[in-house]
Design a protein around this ligand. Structure first.
Ligand code: 5AD
Ligand code: SF4
Length: 447
C-alpha cells in the first residue's frame, strides 16, 4: 500500500483540510505515516496569509528534498492556499501542486506525472468526503469554505475562492460521527463562519441543532465576522448550554479611517455595540480578537486608537500581526507607510498591553469554580492535566483520577496571563449519559 506523510501549516481550516485529505486518500488505499522517510508521498498543506508563512514553507520544501535520494518514485507536493498562490514557483521544485478546491482528484492524480490543479470551484464543499480525524477531545468541522468579504489586506478570497456552506444535514452528520468517535467538543470552522447558510437555516440554527446532539458536551466556532453576527447566533450563544461562552471577534484596527481602508464593513462604534450585545446576552463571555499593525497609512493617531480600543475591550486574548503585503489584494498597490522597525514597535506595544490585561482578567478567576474539558497531560508540572474552560482558557490541575475527555470542576487557585491553575473538585466522565439524564448539566455555565 502506498503511504502518505502530511504536514500542516497555518490555520485550523488547514488542520481540518489535512484530515479531509487523509480520509480521502485512505479510502484510495493510502496509509498515513508519521515519518517523511517512510512515505511514498509527502504533502505539505500550506498557508499564504502572510509572507513569513510562505518563506517557512519554502525552507521546509528545501529541507525535505534529501528524501528523494534512492527513492525515484517519491512524490513531494504542496496543497492549500500557497499552492493556489505560487503554483508556478512551486512546480519548478515539486511533483504536484493542488489548491484548496482540488483535493477530490488527488487519488487519481498521485502516482502519475507531475501535476498542478489550482482551479477554484465555487460549489466544492467536500460534503460527501469523510475526514480521518486525529484522536482527541476536539473535532474540527469545516462548515463553510471561502470568503466573499475581500478585506483589502487579505489574500484568502483569492486563494480559497468564494463563500459556500456545507449543507446542514452533512454538518450534523459529521457532528454525530465525531460524537460517536468520542470527540467531546466540536469546533465549527469557516473564514466567516457566521455567514453560514443552508436553505433557510442560518448560523444560529446550526448552533442550536448541533448543541442538541447527544454526546456533544461543547460547541465552539471560529472565526465569525463582526458584520455577519446576527441576533440568531447571539441567541444560540445565550440559550444553548453546550455552546461555549467565547467569541473570537477580529477587529483588525481601532481606527475608523483604517477600518474603512481595510473595507471591513463596520465602524469602531458598530463593533463595540456588537461586543456589548454579546456581553449583555452572555454575561461572562470571553472575547478575543485579531489586530493588524502597520497597515498602509496607519498613522500614530490611528495606532493610538487601536491601543485605546484594546484597553476598552479588555479581550481575554488576541492574535497580533504586522501587516504583510499580499499579491492580488487592493492594499498591495498602496505604498507601505510604516517601517518594519515601527511595525515591530507597535506590535510590541499591543503585546505588552494584552499581556497585562489578560493577567488581570485571569487573576479575577482565582477563587472561582470552572468546568474544564481535559485534553491530556499538562506540559508541566508532571502528573497534572490540562484542558480548556468553557471560556477557552487553558487550565491545569493535579490529575487525581481524571483523564482526557472528562469534564472536571476545578477551583482556581492561581493564574498567569496564559494559564489558570487549580484543584479538582469533581469529575463527570460519561458526558452523553449525563446529558440525556439532565440537559441542564453538566455543561451549563457554572459561573
Ligand atoms: N497581514 C497581516 N495580517 C493579516 N491577516 C490577514 N491578512 C493579513 C495580512 N496581509 C490577519 C488578520 C486575520 C488573521 C487570520 O490574519 O488579522 O484576522
Ligand atoms: Fe480575509 Fe476579510 Fe475574508 Fe477574513 S473576512 S478571510 S480577513 S477577506
Amino acid at each position: 500500500m502506498p503511504s502518505v506523510y502530511i504536514e500542516t501549516y497555518g490555520c485550523q481550516m488547514n488542520v481540518a483540510d489535512s484530515e479531509l485529505i487523509r480520509g480521502h486518500l485512505a479510502r484510495s488505499g493510502y496509509t498515513a505515516v508519521a515519518d517523511p522517510a517512510a512515505a511514498d508521498v509527502i504533502l505539505l498543506n500550506t498557508c499564504a496569509i502572510r509572507e513569513h508563512a510562505e518563506e517557512r514553507i519554502f525552507r521546509r520544501v528545501g529541507a525535505l528534498a534529501h528524501h528523494r535520494a534512492g527513492k525515484p518514485h517519491l512524490q513531494i507536493g504542496v496543497a492549500g492556499c500557497m499552492a493556489q498562490h505560487l503554483k508556478d514557483r512551486l512546480l519548478e521544485r515539486l511533483d504536484f501542486v493542488v489548491g484548496p478546491d482540488g483535493y477530490r482528484r488527488l487519488p487519481e492524480m498521485l502516482g502519475g506525472d507531475p501535476f498542478a490543479d489550482v482551479r477554484l470551484d465555487r460549489d466544492e464543499t467536500y460534503a460527501d468526503l469523510a475526514p480521518q480525524r486525529a484522536a482527541g477531545v476536539r473535532a474540527w468541522i469545516t462548515v463553510m469554505r471561502g470568503c466573499d468579504k475581500f478585506c483589502t489586506f487579505c489574500i484568502v478570497p483569492y486563494v480559497r475562492g468564494r463563500e459556500r456552506s456545507v449543507p446542514l444535514d452533512a454538518v450534523l452528520a459529521q457532528v454525530c460521527d465525531a460524537a460517536a468517535a468520542g470527540h467531546r467538543e466540536v469546533v465549527f470552522l469557516g473564514q466567516t463562519v457566521n455567514a453560514y447558510r443552508s436553505g433557510d437555516d442560518d448560523f444560529g440554527a446550526l448552533l442550536r441543532r448541533a448543541a442538541a446532539i447527544p454526546g456533544v458536551a461543547r460547541v465552539r466556532f471560529t472565526s465569525p465576522h463582526p458584520s455577519d453576527m446576527t441576533d440568531s447566533a447571539i441567541e444560540a450563544l445565550r440559550s444553548c448550554p453546550a455552546v461555549c461562552p467565547h467569541v473570537h471577534l477580529p477587529v483588525q484596527s481601532g481606527s475608523d479611517a483604517v477600518l474603512a481602508r481595510m473595507e471591513r464593513g463596520y465602524s469602531v462604534a458598530e463593533y463595540t455595540d456588537l461586543a456589548a450585545r454579546v456581553r449583555a446576552a452572555v454575561p461572562g463571555a470571553a472575547l478575543s480578537s485579531d489586530f493588524i499593525v502597520g497597515f498602509p497609512g496607519e498613522s500614530e493617531a490611528d495606532f493610538a486608537d487601536s491601543v485605546e480600543l484594546m484597553r476598552r475591550m479588555r479581550y481575554d486574548f488576541a492574535f497580533l500581526f504586522k501587516y504583510s503585503r499580499r499579491d492580488h489584494t487592493k492594499a498591495a498597490k498602496w505604498d507601505e507607510t510604516v517601517s518594519e522597525v515601527e511595525k515591530q514597535r507597535r506590535l510590541q506595544v499591543l503585546i505588552d498591553l494584552q499581556e497585562s490585561i489578560a493577567a488581570e482578567i485571569n487573576a479575577g478567576w482565582v477563587g472561582r469554580e470552572v468546568e474544564v474539558l481535559v485534553e491530556g497531560p499538562a506540559r508541566r508540572p508532571e502528573g497534572w492535566l490540562a484542558g480548556k474552560t468553557r471560556e477557552f482558557k487553558t487550565a491545569v490541575f493535579p490529575a487525581g483520577d481524571a483523564q482526557a475527555g472528562d469534564l472536571v470542576r476545578v477551583r482556581i487557585t492561581d493564574a498567569t496571563s496564559h494559564t489558570l491553575m487549580g484543584t479538582p473538585l469533581s469529575v463527570v466522565r460519561d458526558v452523553s449519559a449525563s446529558f440525556a439524564a439532565d440537559p441542564a448539566s453538566p455543561s451549563e455555565s457554572p459561573l
